[in-house]
Write a protein that binds this ligand. Structure first.
Ligand code: ADP
Ligand code: MG
Length: 524
């Protein structure tokens, strides 16, 4: 009896434990569900704030065209700097000889040499080397930075094989790709306006960067001539144009973002002096600094901007480019972790660290097509030590990536269409294609819609040369962007071609060194 009582007692105790366990399970489930509900709510609100319907994109297109015009009319007329590059000749395939390029302005620093053989031989041979920029040089002194570049260049030249040959009497001519905003006074001189993309070498601002590099080279006892100072967009334009006469615009979507295009020289002659024979000049837009009230800004953009090295500047770049996209995603996840506890009761410490989520990891998660989203789980674990996420939470993470990728891509598309509109290549001209004459005519959009002299192109085709790791590797980004360009242009899109012009910026700078060389070999 006593035993049975005791047993009953045990039985009752067990039942109570089972109840408690069940209650915990139910409570956990409810918590998970409420976490998901709150996270979903945050997601929906965020998606709404990021929304880019066609109507809004059209406003961005128009704003881009209007700002381009304003930036050309007067210095400081727009946040778009619209910098004349003094590049009035683009390579056409006739270039001959040995030329070099150095490329600073991204994740890696590059040196390149190319042997050009004219229309017949084209690119006979090219070689390049790439080195990561030591992070301390990005924040050090100007002399350290330019000495580093000069040393790499000199050592690259010293290791040249016999199959690269300078023409009799030819000095080494270099195209210097420097992908930061520069105020140029000639094709081969210009002063740095300010740094972007995480560089902050303060004593370089206001300096002539060509002279700085030239001094670095001379300190090593070498003589070379920097024939052209360009940025990566201008290099990409030149690299694209070398092969295809219809290339009018170049856009970089990499660590940063920028665009350049071919403008009527007449429109900038008050800044550059006489109008070059070609009647054209490449304009470096510095479109990363584009600003419009139509941009869909969110709490993420405010926070990111406030904490950035250049607050209030480069708002477009901060919404679009590879340096920032991952961090935008991280900031939404922080909010979800803090307010909905999606990663448990404590917010993972590392998640609070700026730039801890890199865009390639964002794109990896976004492209995860496994049913249980195991790539997402892997990235969250590897980067943040987050374990045991539910598939539901992982889905939300993917949607955050998708929202920001889509917003960035569609805004980039609107930017491109804005440029097309400015140069009258958006297919909206009366006869549906570009007029085939040589006159400079005003278009129909209150003077913002200009037309270029079109003897340079065939069949009214316009090619946009694209480059940059974001565009190249982030497939969803590229798809969203192309889709939006087509939607915006409608019928006009059949004459517009967006083409990856990979690594054009390096070879493009060398090609510009060739077309702006002091001594051009006539025969080789
Ligand atoms: P840079 O712009 O630094 O000259 P790249 O054009 O190669 O160099 O672009 C590198 C940038 O591209 C990286 O900083 C990163 O943001 C982005 N990127 C590279 N790979 C990927 C990827 N797989 N998915 C998304 N973005 C990527
Ligand atoms: Mg680059």
């Amino acid at each position: 009896m006593a035993q049975s009582k005791a047993m009953t007692g045990v039985y009752i105790a067990c039942a109570a434990t089972a109840c408690a366990v069940a209650a915990v399970v139910v409570a956990n489930r409810m918590k998970a569900r409420s976490q998901k509900t709150t996270a979903r709510k945050i997601l929906l609100e965020f998606q709404e704030a990021c929304d880019t319907p066609l109507s809004r994109l059209r406003q961005v297109v128009d704003a881009m065209a209007v700002e381009m015009h304003a930036g050309l009319v007067s210095e400081g007329g727009s946040k778009l700097k619209m910098l004349p590059t003094f590049v009035d000749r683009l390579p056409d395939g006739n270039e001959k000889g040995l030329y070099y390029a150095v490329d600073l302005g991204g994740t890696n620093f590059r040196v390149l040499r190319v042997q050009l053989g004219g229309l017949e031989g084209r690119v006979i041979k090219q070689e390049y080397e790439e080195v990561a920029i030591p992070p301390e040089l990005m924040l050090g002194t100007s002399q350290e930075l330019f000495d580093f570049i000069a040393a790499e260049l000199v050592s690259f030249v010293a290791r040249e094989g016999d199959d690269f040959r300078l023409h009799e009497g030819q000095s080494r001519e270099i195209g210097f790709t420097f992908s930061f905003p520069v105020k140029q006074t000639a094709v081969n001189s210009g002063t740095l306006i300010h740094w972007t993309k995480g560089f902050k070498v303060n004593d370089a601002v206001g300096q002539d960067v060509v002279a700085a590099l030239q001094r670095g080279i001379e300190r090593r006892g070498h003589k070379m001539r920097i024939a052209a100072l360009v940025n990566d967009t201008v290099g990409t334009l030149a690299g694209g144009r070398y092969w295809n006469n219809d290339v009018m615009i170049a856009v970089i979507l990499g660590t940063g973002t920028n665009a350049c295009y071919v403008e009527r020289a007449e429109n900038v002659s008050k800044f550059t002096g006489e109008i070059p024979e070609s009647g054209q000049m490449v304009i470096n837009m510095e479109w990363g600094n584009f600003w419009s009230s139509h941009l869909p800004r969110t709490f993420v953009d405010e926070l990111l901007d406030n904490e950035s090295l250049n607050p209030g500047e480069y708002g477009f770049e901060k919404m679009i480019s590879g340096m920032y996209l991952g961090d935008c995603v991280r900031r939404v996840l922080v909010k979800m972790a803090q307010e909905a506890g999606i990663f448990g009761t404590n917010v993972p410490h590392k998640l609070l660290e700026a730039f801890s989520l890199r865009t390639p990891d964002m794109s990896k998660m976004h492209h995860d097509d496994s049913s249980d989203l195991k790539v997402v789980a892997e990235v969250l674990k590897r980067v943040y030590g987050i374990q045991n996420t539910t598939v539901g939470i992982r889905k939300i993470v993917v949607e955050v990536c998708d929202t920001l990728c889509q917003r960035g891509a569609r805004l980039a598309a609107a930017g491109i269409v804005g440029i097309l509109k400015k140069i009258g290549r958006d297919g909206s001209t009366a006869n549906g294609s570009v007029r085939r004459n040589n006159m400079f005519e005003q278009g129909d959009m209150n003077g913002y819609h200009d037309e270029l002299p079109v003897n340079y192109t065939s069949d009214g085709r316009t090619v946009v040369a694209m480059d940059g790791g974001l565009y190249e590797h982030y497939i969803e980004f590229r798809n969203y962007m192309q889709e939006a360009v087509v939607d915006l242009l409608g019928e006009g899109s059949k004459n517009v071609f967006i083409e990856l012009s990979k690594d054009g910026s390096g070879i493009g700078a060398a090609l510009l060194a060739a077309s702006h060389a002091e001594h051009v070999p006539s025969t080789f």
